[in-house]
Design a binder for this molecule. Sequence first.
Ligand code: SF4
Length: 306
Amino acid sequence: MSEELKTLLESLKAITLENDGEIPYWGEKIHLKAPAVGSLGFPIPNSVEGLGNPKDPTADTSSIGKSRFGKEVGAVPVCSRNPSTELGRRGQTGTAPHPSNSEIQDKTSALEILRKNEIGDCLRCALGQTRKKLVFGVGNPAARVMFVGEGPGFEEDRQGEPFVGKAGQLLDKILAAIQLDRQKVYIANIVKCHPMVDPKKPEMRGNDRPPTPEEMAPCLSFLKKQIDIINPVIIVTLGATAAKALLNTFEGITRIRGKLRDVNIVDGKPPYKVLPTYHPAALLRNPDLKKDVWEDMKLLRQILSQ
Ligand code: SF4
């Protein structure tokens, strides 16, 4: 057992349901209040400190994200403690049965068919010509919450997994602060190939850009099919581009973040709850935004606890 884990366990022992407390969390302090013990049985951090040092958002994130279960949909976790056991499924209220293994297998198979048979070596837009790896998505096919970003960056293009750079490490930290991780959620992007400012310089870092409407249009149909298969209770969009694409709006991210909307995404299906928030990369540039994201994550936690 690592020293860090030993220290954490000792601190947790000192905290009872009746008492508030403080535990070390990746080199920082998280304040816990006893009444915040949620339906998952874990204390919920009550302070923005759980998202990291606002003055240094990249601090101490090196340990985050090392327990990812695999790339794309091939490695499907059957979580020993799936949150859907306690929190219900989309279209149901209260608690609901654990998704059966056959349900998880069906979703896994459907995602694999979408990836291999429908998307394949897609060249429906110009981004397909310059990608190194197509970044389909990663996570639990029976996830109750999906996080959607705008598109792969430099690292994602090489690893074939969304949110693996510094912004991804911060996303892992945000997830951990509300007792989620990549085994419980599903993470995807609006486009599945790397948009570059200068496609002639694929080895240059800092060459990322948001996808254009022409690039998003063909790829959005793939994302909608992923959403239809996974059927999450809520979708959290990360950043302005993802919010605008999924909400089909021109409103700015500062105006729409934190506001829950019902959005028709899949034809013939009930609307999905969509919660826009800032992209983790924006938090790295402007740590003051962490407070807003923390408010959004508390709202997400509340919705998942209903
Ligand atoms: S971004 Fe989407 S539509 Fe464009 S080539 Fe890649 S998979 Fe195909």
